[in-house]
Design a protein around this ligand. Structure first.
Ligand SMILES: *Cc1c(COP(=O)(O)O)cnc(C)c1O
Length: 422
């Protein structure tokens, strides 16, 4: 045996979980391990891999960029990959988003969005500092993003440091009006700077889906009361919900849009926060104090921007939309097999995302079974990570129907592993 690894893993209880497999290569929908196994990456490596691992265009773009311009400060100089990417993002994004601010993760994209909204009001001398968020939301793991996210075991130790936000309930089917009423009541007070939402699907909150109608109504209410609408499309962007951005399905143009995960096709980290002319204008001033004071060392890293430009080329030149449409149909058809099965609850799908809940007797139950489930999936050659009692598949777009069958067969068997009886 080798000595224990000094690596402290994310979302990993070292006291309980065995060492994970070592991945030596990733291609298409598969991760190849050092012991010669191939794991089907059914969750797109935490929702980032869109077309598949090692897409030749993206690999070539990264190689070329690394050889010519690896990294440069972005405050003093600019470069073509960042300029080109920004122009293309503005052209692709919902109308009205005219400016692009780069950072390097979903969390920072959201932090930037919150700071932009608050800064815009502050710079105009308007006293609006309240943020409204949805119950069950997830926006990242930094202090600011945890503040707008759901509170619970994941962030309890930091609770005293998290800022207060207004909460609106999740718009579950049949209870949409309560959500809209709650937002209207908060917005009416006149102190709301912004509403932040994950459009159509709450990801880490359990793949909970709501309608485009609710999304459009939330935007309408925000606009009516002068609050900004922030769309956190970090997970839902890049085709995940069936369209390039989820907001498109509601005909919504947000004031601020956060993109990351699939922005580079999932190859290298990059994030972009897109903002409206009004928000940019609020920071555009001969008064230096109104500058948007935000940066990170690797802002607009040229290699990452080049990868993102290649990703957009793939969207333009390959049948990505057709692949997503087919995958969406396959997912919707397969998740239906759990309807009426008492061991499962709420089979659902939105675009390339399909989910179903295990009908466990109580929430604590799964804490013990979770590990067992993950081990079972690995034995089946599947990389899956249930969210509590929620089993979900969010594969890269290159996945085949036969590969999906393996995933859904394993979901069925997972009920046995969890000890649920028909
Ligand atoms: C993953 C995620 C984030 C955080 O992104 P990181 O790159 O992990 O920091 C933010 N918002 C949503 C909706 C996400 O799914």
């Amino acid at each position: 045996m080798t000595s224990p690894s000094p690596v402290w893993r994310p979302f990993f209880q070292h006291a309980l979980e065995p060492d994970p497999p070592t991945v030596v290569r990733a291609q298409g929908a598969y991760l190849h391990t050092s012991d010669g196994r191939a794991l089907l990456d059914a969750i797109s490596s935490w929702w980032v891999t869109t077309h598949g691992h090692g897409h030749p265009r993206i690999v070539a773009a990264i190689r070329e960029a690394a050889e010519s311009l690896d990294q440069v400060i972005f405050a003093s100089v600019t470069h073509e990959p960042a300029e080109r990417l920004a122009r293309e993002l503005v052209a692709l994004a919902p109308a009205g988003l005219t400016h692009v601010f780069y950072s390097d993760s979903g969390s920072t994209a959201v932090e930037v969005a919150l700071k932009m909204a608050l800064g815009a009001f502050s710079n105009r001398g308007v006293a609006r500092t309240k943020i409204v968020a949805m119950e069950g939301a997830y926006h990242g793991d930094t202090i600011g993003t945890m503040s707008v996210g759901e509170r619970g075991v994941f962030n309890a130790p930091y609770a005293p440091l998290l800022f207060e936000v207004g909460r609106i309930p999740f718009p579950a089917a049949g209870r949409e009006q309560a959500t809209l009423d709650a937002f209207e009541a908060l917005a009416r007070a006149g102190d709301v700077a912004a509403l932040i939402v994950e459009p159509l699907v709450l990801g880490a909150g359990g793949m909970r889906i709501y309608t485009p109608q609710v999304l459009a109504e939330l935007k309408r209410i925000a606009e009516k009361h002068g609050a900004y609408f922030i769309a956190d499309e970090v997970m839902t962007g890049w085709g995940r919900t069936g369209t390039l951005f989820a907001c498109e399905q509601a005909g919504v143009s947000p004031d601020i849009l956060c993109a990351s995960k699939g922005l580079t096709g999932g190859a290298v980290p990059l994030a972009a926060t897109l903002a409206s002319e009004e928000i940019f204008a609020a920071h555009h001033s001969s008064d230096r104090a109104k500058t948007f004071f935000h940066s990170s060392s690797y802002t607009a890293n040229p290699i990452a921007c080049a990868a993102a430009v290649a990703n957009l080329e793939i969207w333009r030149e390959e049948p990505v939309t057709e692949r997503i449409a087919a995958l969406s149909r396959w997912q919707a058809a397969r998740i239906r097999r759990f309807e009426g099965d008492p061991r499962f609850r709420a089979p659902r799908a939105c675009g390339t995302i399909a989910a179903v809940d295990l009908a466990v007797p109580d929430p604590g139950y799964l804490a013990e079974v979770g590990l067992k489930l993950r081990r079972f999936f690995l034995e089946r050659g599947l990389l899956l990570r249930p969210l509590g009692d929620t089993l979900y598949a969010m594969p890269p777009y290159c996945v085949t129907e036969a590969e999906l069958d393996r995933v859904f067969d394993a979901f069925e068997e997972a009920a046995d592993v969890a000890g649920l009886v028909r």
